[in-house]
Write a protein that binds this ligand. Structure first.
Ligand code: MUC
Ligand code: MG
Length: 366
């Protein structure tokens, strides 16, 4: 099996409900579909979500790097030789979501060639994963209504609360209202996307101490190393590195220098191959892992659940798999369904990322 063509297709779909958080706002998704074609007629597909405010990538930069440097690394290669392909890709720094998407598309080809779902090739731990829903900025009453509707419609029992606003009382009020409305059993945690300083984050921890919050993701800027390190050692709950640990190397550095005590893994930026290395690193050190969401479509969420369901250590906590509920439409051919708070991993050969060609024709930008 040899790769004969590399295709990138930018497309745009409006959000049904925009997502607002401390480092940005998403009111439409502008992603890049990558397709790898082989000489035996297979098509490996992945969705790439450029996030300028997080990784500095754009639809144009993703299209340019894949169409140029990465196509040279891919043409003629056998998808099974993925370590060789990654060695070539990693000569180029950065471009995390472009590299993540290529890895997922390679695995999609491998799964199709072996006629096996990729969650089984990777590990085959569970057929489904528990879902955590992400709640963006809104007045407290609206956030509570959204969470209750999610419990009612999808049976979801875990929520990530986007925080990081000033004054901090705005977000503390939301967390208190959610705990009161949802009761003690629902899992709640925070993600500030670097919106606060370390001392503000300490005040938030104090003000929410009796709410049984389980994790605190990117409370402040991890680059402010001393303040971050003392926050991590003082925190009674794990401090999760997300955008401060978007590669295996960064994850190792943040954990070993005390910049974080738990890790978010996002297949959108580390695909399956690098995500598995991060997962093994975390497992060896006994560090909690959350499967994160890069504001993924159903195509992206099919990849996250494929990885999350593959291993015990990636399915210990609910995974962020439901941002697609806020989107106006999706390119996926076989839509995903959350039932009783769980999302099944795709059972078709590959990753389950085959697209609906009519929808692609409607939403593509080229
Ligand atoms: C998250 O976990 O931070 C928002 C920004 C981003 O890069 O990802 C999302 C969700
Ligand atoms: Mg985050």
């Amino acid at each position: 099996m040899r790769i004969t063509a590399v295709e990138t297709i930018p497309y745009r779909i409006p959000m049904r409900k925009p997502l607002r958080f401390a480092s940005g706002e998403v009111d439409h998704i502008e992603h890049v579909l990558v397709r790898l074609r082989t000489d035996d007629g297979l098509v490996g597909t992945a969705d790439i979500p450029p996030r300028p405010y997080t990784y500095g990538e754009t639809t144009d930069s993703v299209t340019a790097i894949i169409g140029g440097v990465f196509t040279e690394a891919l043409l003629g290669a056998d998808p099974l030789d993925r370590a060789l392909i990654h060695a070539r890709l990693h000569r180029t720094v950065g471009n995390q979501t472009a590299k993540g998407g290529i890895d997922i598309a390679l695995w999609d080809l491998i799964g199709q060639a072996l006629e096996t779902p990729v969650h089984r090739l990777l590990g085959g731990f569970a057929p489904s994963v528990e879902v955590s829903h992400m709640l963006g900025f809104s007045p407290a009453e609206a956030v509570v209504d959204e969470a209750l509707a999610c419990v009612e419609s999808y049976g979801v029992r875990a929520f990530k609360i986007k925080v990081g606003r000033r004054p901090i009382s705005l977000d503390v009020e939301v967390a208190i209202a959610l705990r009161e409305a949802l009761g003690p059993e629902v899992l709640l945690y925070l993600d500030a996307n670097r919106g606060w300083t370390a001392s503000e984050a300490r005040r938030v921890l104090e003000a929410t101490a009796d709410l049984d919050l389980r994790f605190f993701e990117e409370p402040d800027d991890a680059a402010e190393v001393l303040a971050r390190r003392s926050l991590v050692s003082a925190s009674p709950i794990p401090i999760v590195a997300d955008e401060s640990a978007s590669t295996l190397g960064e994850a190792a550095r943040e954990i070993h220098t005390g910049g974080a005590s738990a890790l978010s893994i996002k297949t959108a930026r580390t695909g399956f191959t690098e995500s598995a290395k991060i997962l093994g690193f975390a497992e060896a050190l006994g560090i909690d892992v959350l499967m994160g969401n890069q504001i993924d479509t159903q195509l992206g969420s099919a990849a996250t659940v494929t990885f999350g369901a593959a291993f015990e250590h990636s399915s210990r906590y609910p995974a962020e798999l439901s941002n697609f509920l806020d989107m106006g439409d999706d390119l996926i051919g076989e839509p995903l369904t959350i039932v009783d708070g769980r999302l099944p991993a795709p059972t078709v050969p590959g990753v389950g990322t085959a697209v609906d060609e009519d929808k692609l024709a409607r939403y593509r930008l080229d």
